[in-house]
Design a protein around this ligand. Sequence first.
Ligand code: GLU
Length: 494
Amino acid sequence: MPRPVRVRFAPSPTGLLHIGSAHTGLFNWLFARKEKGRFLLRIEDTDTARSRPEWVDAIFEVLEWMGMDWDEEVVYQSRRFDQHVSRAESLVEAGKAYRCYYLPEELEAKRQEALAEGRSWRNDRRYADITTAEAAALEAEGRKPVIRLKIPEGKTVFRDRILGEIAVENETIDDFVIVRSNGTPLYHLAVVADDVDMNVSHVIRGIDHVTNTTKHIHLFQALGAELPEFAHLPSILGEDKKKLSKRHGAVSVSEYRDAGYLPDAVVNFLSLLGWQTGDDQEFFTRAELMQRFSLDQVHKRDTVFDLRKFEWLNGQHIMTRSNEELWSLAQPFLEQAGLTGDGQADGLAVDHAYALAVVGLLRERCRTLADFAVQGRFFFTDDFEYNPKAVRKHWAKEPEAVSERVGWLRGEFAALEAFDADAVEGVVRDLSERHGLKAAQFIHPCRVALTGEMAGPSLFHLIAVLGQEACVDRLAKALDRLPDVVEQLAVGEG
Ligand code: GLU
């Protein structure tokens, strides 16, 4: 019978959940869901100086946001201290670990001596087999023992699911400490004792932990526990091929959430870091990932965090959402920008139909939810600047002629009875024919007047959504301001 799949994600709550950590969590989650196993969550909070309850909450929040539901109760490592120590005690009783009474300075002296003679030092187990009376005498001297695991002779060999076979000579591993002289358990003991008690079948984690694995294997073996299968995930690098860090920009999942990334896009993007899908497909729904993801397709070479791809994927995921969904997702970003809600600027009336029409026009152009507030600003307020580039290109070359055209447009728009995209287009075509101009000679200056920008959604459609009153007002305002704006540009460039 194959072992039932039970994997764990074991983050340390010492800061916002890092992209690398979320990546590890995700690969565990996908594997568990694909294999119909269990995904367990363990909070590794034994480093009391660095762990904080708010970081624990931040982990829950991000996992929930990413849709990575966990099974069973959360395990807090710090609450399992007694189990860790009692495991160590049982190892001492079984003769697989021992109390070591060397003082740190004595060990240091031995290490130096060995170094001077060109030998490497491993604990000589001088205190491994002492009697109770000898131990009592040492303790009476004021010595407090640590507990060390006995590393057997030979070689440790294991097959990592991603890295392949790894072999380490045991003589390179010292009998390492599992309980400190103050009675507190060390990290390696805690991890392995927890993995044993949680009956973890597969340990999937970042490659930076691979060097710990031989130690862990010795602990599993000493505890008489079945070894889990190990899979060490590749490192995530920035585009400069250095390990992903703050220097590369946002490195925590919540920063991407706050920048308007969708959870499905984060899941999709992270899943591609190290997983070779076998074809060119890059866009995956969550359901597809749960079906297709395979640990056997994870490569061992480092993987690069490509922000442009992330943005593109986010745009693709945005396109799968209905206008209704996007409106509710984009709302917080619009509110934050003061465009809707209480902080609304000198806003235009935003009724639901208007909101949905705006989203409909912007959806193909937005790569993040925050983009709706940037690219869509002019839909919600009259208070926008004329982008100098747009002014230079479409107003400043022939300001008088442009003013004339804007004036014609204003007059015709104001006179329209049915104000829709077709009627507006009809106006532009008629005017250009009548005056022997190109439609573009109306369209571009008009866009600058109505939106401040030189690019954006289809002009006739955005005009229809903005409505007659707003368009006529903005054309009037542009007429009024155009000479000054053009002059300021010239001064600025002079
Ligand atoms: N707490 C460790 C980390 O956050 C994980 C240890 C493990 O997965 O064994 O990197």
